[in-house]
Design a protein around this ligand. Structure first.
Ligand code: NDP
Ligand code: MG
Length: 395
C-alpha cells in the first residue's frame, strides 16, 4: 500500500492534534510531511520531532529562529510567514491537506491547495462560509476533491453514499445546543468566558467553542452544507440534540431518514476523510447504546440564540454577507475572550457590522479580501465602543 503524504494546516490545535493521533494509528497508510502552526512553536517542535515531517512552518515569523535551530539539525526544513504557508500548498511533498487552522486564515492556503489539485480534508468551515462560491468553483475547475471533517457534514456525506442527489428532501443538521441550552435569556446575558468555554460534549479550540455557545457555529454549518451538498437553503434545517450521538441526518423523497451515529469523537470523521471515504479499522471504543438510553431532539430557540438565524439570512442575502458576518464574529469573539465585551455583544457586533459594511453583490476573491478587512475594522470600532459601555455596566 502506498503511504499517503499529508499536510496539516493548524497541527497544534484541537483538530490538528487529533489528526496526528489518527496518523500515528496507521503508520503504513499515512505520514505527516508538512506541519503548519500559528504561534505555538514549542508544540510544533515537539510534533516535528515525533512525526518527522519534511517541512515545518510557523505563521508567526518572530518564532522562526527557535523553530529553525531545533529542527534543522534533524534534517527538517523550516519556514515562517503566511506567504511560505501559501507557497507550501503547491509542493510535491503531500497529496492531502487537512485544513485545521481557525478562521479566515484558512481561505488563502486552501484555495492554493485546490488550484494545485490537492485533496482537501476540510475542518476549517470558515473557508466555505466566507467564499463558498469561489471555493466550490475552484474545485470544479481543478483535479482537487474535498471531504468534510466537520462531524455533521461527514455524517451527511456518509448518509448520501449510494443515493441520488435529486432524492434528497431535507438535510437535518444536529446541534448539541452548547453550554447555554438550558440558560434563560438573563443568564445568557450574564455569561462569563469560563461559562461559555464549558462545552458539554466536545473539547475544541476556544473560537469554535464560543461559536457553539452563541450557536453561530450552526449557522456556519448551514452555509457549509449549502456549498458542500449543493442543496437549496430551504432544504437545510437544524435541530438540537443534546446527546451529540446522532451526528446529522438526511430525509429522502420517499420519507426515509438516514442518520450517522457514533460517540462524539472527531477522530471518526478525520479517519473517514483521510481514508477517502473508505472505512478503516479502529480499536477505539464503539458506541455503547446502553450508555445513551434516551436520545432527544428539540427545536432551536431563535430568541435566546439569535445567531442561529444568520445562516439562512446570509444565504438569502448572498454576495459578501457571510464574509462580513464571519469577520465581525472573529473580532467579537476575540473581544469577548479578552473580557472586553459581553457574550450577547457578539450578536450585537455582527448586526451592527452588517448594517455598516459595504454590500457587494457578486464578489471576486479580491472583493472578499477587501470585505473581510473592512468588516474587521468596522467590528473593531463597534467592540471598542461596547468595551467602554461594558466597563460602566460591570462597575
Ligand atoms: P484550535 O484553535 O484548537 O487550533 C487552531 C490551529 O490553527 C492551531 O494549530 C493554530 O496554531 C493554527 N493557526 C492559527 N492561526 C494560524 C495561521 N494564521 N496560519 C496557520 N495556522 C494558524 O482550533 P480547532 O482545532 O478547534 O478548529 C480548527 C478548525 O476546525 C476551525 O475552523 C473549526 O471551526 C473547525 N472544527 C473544529 C472542530 C473541533 O472539534 N475542534 C470540529 C469541527 C470543525 P497555534 O495554536 O500554534 O497558534
Ligand atoms: Mg460541527
Amino acid at each position: 500500500m502506498k503511504t499517503k503524504n499529508i499536510a496539516i494546516l493548524g497541527s497544534t490545535g484541537s483538530i490538528g492534534c487529533q489528526t496526528l493521533d489518527v496518523i500515528s494509528q496507521y503508520p503504513d497508510r499515512f505520514h505527516a510531511t508538512i506541519l503548519v502552526a500559528g504561534s505555538r512553536v514549542d508544540d510544533l517542535i515537539r510534533q516535528a520531532i515525533c512525526h518527522r515531517p519534511a517541512l515545518a512552518i510557523i505563521a508567526d515569523e518572530s518564532k522562526y529562529n527557535a523553530l529553525n535551530e531545533a529542527l534543522t539539525p534533524l534534517g527538517i526544513k523550516t519556514a515562517a510567514g503566511q506567504a511560505a504557508i501559501n507557497d507550501a500548498m503547491e509542493s510535491d511533498l503531500f497529496e492531502t491537506v487537512v485544513t485545521a487552522t481557525v478562521g479566515y486564515s484558512g481561505l488563502a492556503p486552501t484555495l492554493r491547495a485546490i488550484r494545485a489539485g490537492k485533496q482537501i480534508a476540510l475542518a476549517n468551515k470558515e473557508t466555505l462560509v466566507v467564499a463558498g462560491d469561489i471555493v466550490t468553483d475552484a474545485i470544479c475547475k481543478s483535479k482537487s476533491s474535498l471531504l468534510p471533517i466537520d462531524s455533521e457534514h461527514s455524517a451527511i456525506y456518509q448518509c448520501l453514499v449510494g443515493e441520488k442527489r435529486d432524492t434528497i428532501r431535507k438535510i437535518i443538521i444536529t446541534a448539541s445546543g452548547g453550554p447555554f441550552r438550558t440558560f434563560s435569556r438573563e443568564q445568557i446575558a450574564r455569561a462569563t468566558v469560563s461559562d461559555a468555554l464549558n462545552h458539554p460534549n466536545w473539547s475544541m479550540g476556544r473560537k469554535i467553542t464560543i461559536d457553539s455557545a452563541t450557536m453561530l457555529n450552526k449557522a456556519f454549518e448551514i452555509i457549509e452544507a449549502r456549498w458542500l451538498f449543493d442543496v437549496a437553503p430551504s432544504q437545510i434545517t437544524a435541530i438540537v440534540h443534546p446527546q451529540s450521538i446522532v451526528h446529522s441526518m438526511v430525509e429522502f423523497c420517499d420519507g426515509a431518514v438516514k442518520a450517522q451515529l457514533g460517540v462524539p469523537d472527531m477522530r471518526l470523521p478525520i479517519r473517514y476523510a483521510l481514508g477517502e471515504a473508505v472505512r478503516l479499522n479502529t480499536s477505539d471504543s464503539p458506541l455503547d447504546f446502553t450508555q445513551y438510553p434516551t436520545l432527544t431532539f428539540e427545536k432551536p430557540d431563535e430568541e435566546r440564540f439569535p445567531c442561529i438565524t444568520l445562516g439562512k439570512y446570509a444565504l438569502e442575502m448572498g454576495g459578501n454577507t457571510a464574509c462580513v458576518i464571519n469577520a465581525a464574529n472573529e473580532i467579537a469573539v476575540k473581544a469577548f475572550l479578552d473580557g472586553t465585551i459581553r457574550f450577547t455583544d457578539i450578536h450585537n457586533t455582527i448586526m451592527q457590522t452588517l448594517s455598516k459594511a459595504s454590500r457587494i453583490d457578486h464578489p471576486t476573491y479580491d472583493d472578499y479580501v477587501a470585505s473581510n478587512t473592512e468588516a474587521r475594522t468596522v467590528a473593531q470600532e463597534i467592540c471598542n465602543h461596547l468595551k467602554f459601555n461594558s466597563i460602566s455596566w460591570c462597575s
